[in-house]
Design a protein around this ligand. Structure first.
Ligand SMILES: Nc1ncnc2c1ncn2[C@@H]1O[C@H](COP(=O)(O)OP(=O)(O)OP(=O)(O)O)[C@@H](O)[C@H]1O
Length: 612
């Protein structure tokens, strides 16, 4: 038996990738799991949608994972006017290119969806039923009692097409549609779809770059890291490959720090994942019910912060804290490096607190000249000083009454204004400049800073009593380098946002370009990422952004390290070098360094050095 056939006998997916990232073996199960071939009864020949064909679409989030579908793309189905918008879940039924036959469309604003979405009825002689199960994460299109199901994790665009001339199945969506370039948008714009023939290879994968086969995600970056000798091998971890949930194992061939190639083993766990999701849903609901918050929280904490992207552990923690903060009126202190999203989370907390219709006044403390602070924050009475407006003026605190005042860069407040702020926090009142009577306000204060306030206290630049007053509910925003798994969704989200702003279509990144972004530490955090992406979108002429278009300012002014930080850096380097010398064998490494086992492992944890 030759090796290929032997590999095809294995009942788990098996992919061998050589040192250059080129696929050298890809067995049958791997092809099935990753959507390269089909093993199904609903087969059809290749073709394209034509005038007169019946088209049924179910989509849980328009514009996501459907090829960036737009409302205009659906004009070919002659749908009645309604307020369908990007991000909506929708069901559409129509006859392709037929101006005389009005289609049907139903849509749901995405945020509000927490139930099953349905449509059923007879259309042009076909009995059609469509079910989108948002909780169970599945979509079913039934045409004349034949059912086509798709499972999904975040978003999916499902579509079935019936030949208008013969009434036979012409096309149905199946997993792996991104790789086969068969998104709804592709096909509605007359692109060709491939045939679905049981077990027939429809897409050649051997000798292709793995980055051209897998969409970019954390798994792909782990594969590249491991090929580059950076380790990162793992056993049975959950990953999505081309939208399909899988359990993967990544092993080196040869030495793990200089592998000749890597083997990726994959087990399909679609059904298992659905079960787990249901279980998690129930657990979450129970927890929420305990807090009597079921109604507000049924979409999960993550869903509540629609603008905040990131599901890494540190971000989940932040969102959990922010959610709790939104339930209280305590003062919040948000700390974190520049560009980590401090202003963003402040606004989201305000919104979640029911503040959409209430004022949110953002004050950048670095932007106000020292002499104007008091009058800007607290306002002044008429005739308070020469040059004052005759009617007097409301300050930021009064403008924020009933809502939130966001004091950004609070570390920059002059000391005399700090004591006045302390007074507001203690007494919920302040004196306008020139006023004899206090003004009372009910304002939620959210402060933010990227300087170390404790250091500022020791240098007598910040009042200690004010620090304790504002640090009631601290939230620390993690830097991007500590949550690199958030890079992929952030990149996608920023692209989509920018695409609307600057009018350049969303593009993909090449494997190398992603590699470059993942290995960078992003000292400027999300703001820097936004700038790099905007530049790349402007520079790149092609559909795929290559690594040359990623211009990262590696040489930047960095704050000099203090002595403690320098010593830590040296210690980290020593451990890394010793590990390399000992080919990542831990016992030899800690013996060589003269450390005890426990101290050694503590240091690995402290410096975030992988144990594999
Ligand atoms: N988790 C996130 N998801 C999506 N966008 C984000 C996220 N974090 C930050 N951003 C975006 O990055 C940019 C910078 O964020 P923001 O202004 O909130 O940072 P900041 O911490 O307040 O920065 P600074 O300290 O410099 O004021 C904004 O455009 C914001 O929308």
């Amino acid at each position: 038996m030759d090796t290929t056939r032997l590999l095809d006998e294995i009942d788990e997916g098996f992919i061998y990738i050589d040192k250059e990232g080129i696929v050298k073996a890809y067995n049958q199960v791997a092809k099935e799991i990753t959507g390269v071939v089909f093993q199904r009864t609903s087969v059809h020949p290749e073709g394209r949608i034509e005038k007169g064909d019946l088209v049924v679409i179910a989509d849980n989030r328009m514009g996501y994972d459907d090829g960036n579908l737009t409302v205009e793309d659906l004009n070919v189905l002659n749908l009645p006017y309604n307020d369908l918008k990007l991000g909506d879940a929708f069901i559409a039924v129509g006859i392709y290119g037929d101006d005389h036959c009005k289609g049907i469309v139903k849509n749901w604003r995405n945020k509000a969806i927490n139930r099953k979405l349905k449509h059923s009825g007879v259309f042009e002689g076909y009995f059609i039923e469509v079910n989108i199960d948002v909780v169970g994460k599945s979509m079913e299109i039934v045409i004349d009692h034949v059912s086509y199901i798709m499972h999904y994790t975040h978003a999916v665009g499902h579509m079935v097409v019936i030949d208008g001339k013969t009434g036979a199945l012409k096309f149905h969506q199946a997993r792996g549609y991104t790789i086969r370039k068969e998104t709804i948008r592709d096909l509605l714009s007359q692109k060709k779809f491939r045939s679905k023939v049981p077990n027939e290879e429809s897409y050649e994968v051997l000798n292709k770059k793995i980055g051209d086969i897998f969409e970019y995600n954390e798994l792909l970056s782990k594969i590249y890291d491991s090929l580059n000798g950076k380790g990162g091998f793992f056993d049975k971890a959950f990953y999505q490959i081309n939208k399909r949930p899988t359990l993967c194992t990544l092993q080196p061939i040869g030495k793990s720090n200089a592998p000749e190639g890597v083997v990726l083993k994959i087990v399909d766990v679609s059904n298992l994942e659905v079960l787990m999701m249901k279980r998690n849903e129930i657990l979450m609901k129970m927890e929420m019910a305990n807090e009597s918050l079921l109604t507000e929280a049924r979409d999960g904490v993550h869903e509540m912060f629609e603008k905040i992207i990131g599901s890494s552990q540190p971000m989940q923690h932040v969102m959990h804290l922010a959610y709790k903060a939104s339930k209280s009126r305590s003062t919040i202190l948000i700390t974190g490096e520049s560009g980590t999203g401090k202003s963003l989370i402040a606004k989201e907390i305000h919104k979640l607190q029911g503040g959409k219709s209430k004022p949110f006044i953002s004050v950048n403390c670095t932007a106000i000249p020292n002499t104007l602070f008091e009058s800007e924050l607290f306002g002044y009475e008429k005739g308070a000083f020469t040059g004052a407006e005759r009617t007097g003026k409301k300050g930021f605190f009064e403008l924020a009454s009933g809502g939130t005042i966001f004091l950004d860069e609070i570390g920059e407040l002059p000391l005399d204004v700090q004591s006045k702020l302390l007074h507001v926090l203690q007494h919920k009142s302040f004196y306008k400049v020139g006023a004899l009577q206090p003004t009372h306000v009910n304002v939620r204060v959210i402060a933010a800073t990227n300087v170390n306030l404790e250091e500022a206290i020791s240098e007598r630049r910040f009042r200690e009593d004010l620090y304790y007053r504002i640090n009631v509910f601290p939230i620390e925003m993690p830097p991007l380098r500590d949550r690199k798994t958030d890079l992929y969704p952030l990149i996608r989200n920023i692209m989509e946002k920018l695409s609307e702003e600057i009018g350049i279509p969303v593009k993909d990144f090449s494997g190398e370009a992603l590699d470059k972004m993942v290995s960078y530490d992003w000292p400027g955090n999300v703001r820097e990422l936004e700038n790099v992406i905007e530049r790349a979108m402007n520079i790149s002429d092609a559909d795929i952004i290559e690594s040359e278009c990623i211009t990262i300012n590696v040489k930047r002014e960095t704050k000099p390290l203090n002595m403690k930080e320098q010593l830590q850096e040296i210690e980290k380097q020593m451990i890394l070098e010793a590990l390399e010398r000992n080919e990542f064998r831990h016992k030899e490494t800690y013996e060589m360094l003269g450390l005890s086992r426990s101290v050694y492992y503590e240091k690995l944890k402290k410096y975030d050095i992988s144990k594999s």
